[in-house]
Design a protein around this ligand. Structure first.
Ligand SMILES: [Zn+2]
Length: 119
């Protein structure tokens, strides 16, 4: 596909593609994710969009986060290996609070492989 001829400048809002559902939406509808500076194997949401570097965009809903994790979309977006595949960690980062068995209704095959950290 050659996108050169597309010149729809009439819409002034910046558009971004959600790496989860692949839908194009207003940037304001999407949450930006960046690599964690302290730990480049993790991704963190960047609600203020101030962080520099490469960013990935996602709808701030669990469905899109899960899709992105399953497709390894974060790895692709950041051109980096094994990142952004831990859905729980991503959801945790997005919500800013521990899941505590809230929305995790379906069983993951990996459950039990790692102990739940309690602090
Ligand atoms: Zn989406």
């Amino acid at each position: 596909m050659v996108g050169r001829s597309v010149r729809s400048v009439s819409t002034h809002r910046p558009q971004r593609t959600c790496i989860g559902c692949k839908r194009v939406d207003d940037q304001s509808q999407l949450l930006r994710w960046v690599l964690d500076e302290q730990d480049p194997t993790r991704v963190l949401p960047d609600p203020t969009r101030r962080k520099s570097g490469r960013g990935a965009w996602l709808h701030p809903v669990p469905e899109c986060v899960q899709q992105a994790a399953r497709r390894r979309a974060f790895s692709r977006a950041f051109r980096s290996g094994n990142i952004g595949h831990d859905v729980e960690a991503l959801l945790h980062a997005m919500s800013g609070s521990p899941p505590r068995g809230g929305y995790d209704t379906e069983k993951t095959p990996e459950s039990g492989s790692q102990a739940v950290e309690t602090r």
